[in-house]
Design a protein around this ligand. Sequence first.
Ligand code: NAD
Length: 301
Amino acid sequence: MSAPIQTAVVVGAGTMGHGIAQVLAQAGISTTLVDLNPDVVKIGHAKIVENLDKGVQKGKLSDADRDATLARLRTATTTAPLSEADLLVEAIPERLELKARLFAEADAVMPAGAMLASNTSSLSIAAIAAATKRPDAVIGLHFFNPVHIMKLLEIVRGPLTSEATLQAARDLAQRLNKTAIVVNDAPGFATSRLGICLGNEAMRMLEEGVASAADIDAAMKLGYGHPMGPLALSDLVGLDVRLNISEGLFTELGTDGFRAPRLLKRLVTLGHVGKKAGRGFYLWNNGEIVGENPAARRQPV
Ligand code: NAD
């Protein structure tokens, strides 16, 4: 695993996958973005083009860099390109059975020496690695949303991850111009474990009528210096994604802070899953908050 990564496949082209494919391609890696759903692949590719165009407009990127990045990017609706890839980055939904199935499939076809990485927010790398015959090559590469902007890469070392795999992940972080932290394989790692607690409590406060969503978020922004309030951040991440993480962490850690709030479950049932749906705790239009979602208010008895 000492040679630099040249070819990557990102599986899952949703909120995270398209951003991960963008930064890999920008770093000079031939990248294929895969999703089972052809519409998601098209939308993901269009978002990458939009991000790169914005970068050119802002003077952060040359026309030639944009064109070279797009030339390194392919899309697909099957995982066939894995058979020639040095790197898998998996960004499919946060459910262990789905990830384990994909890793078993990837293990069967990827070349020796490849790195098999998951963008999981909270699941056990050991459990994902157990689906393969090469747990030493499996690692967590936890990116943040939006991927092309957020500096952090949380590298999660499973109990069987080799030093060579860890070093290759650190090298990749450097090529991607990300700041890496290395965390052991504990539920929710260093980020989601704290983030979910804060988000869940903010939701319970909204449920109890302590304050409006905007005021709860302003409390954390202006009082604690957070760049974004916990409810707006939950909308950005996706409430379905947050619910999956919260339920997984509650099962693993068992403490009340991780119990999924009823309000979160209700909004997910309604399909009000945040920014991507145009409504969550807030109403969204063109990527901006335009008001609070009446469905997220305390329900009169
Ligand atoms: P998403 O729902 O936006 O996208 C997941 C995509 O995976 C969907 O488009 C779906 O069609 C596709 N998919 C499902 N099974 C597949 C398969 N077998 N093969 C190919 N494609 C498949 O989800 P997301 O928000 O991008 O989250 C993906 C992962 O990243 C999760 O593990 C999540 O916890 C993690 N994560 C999310 C965020 C965030 O802010 N949303 C941040 C960090 C990490």
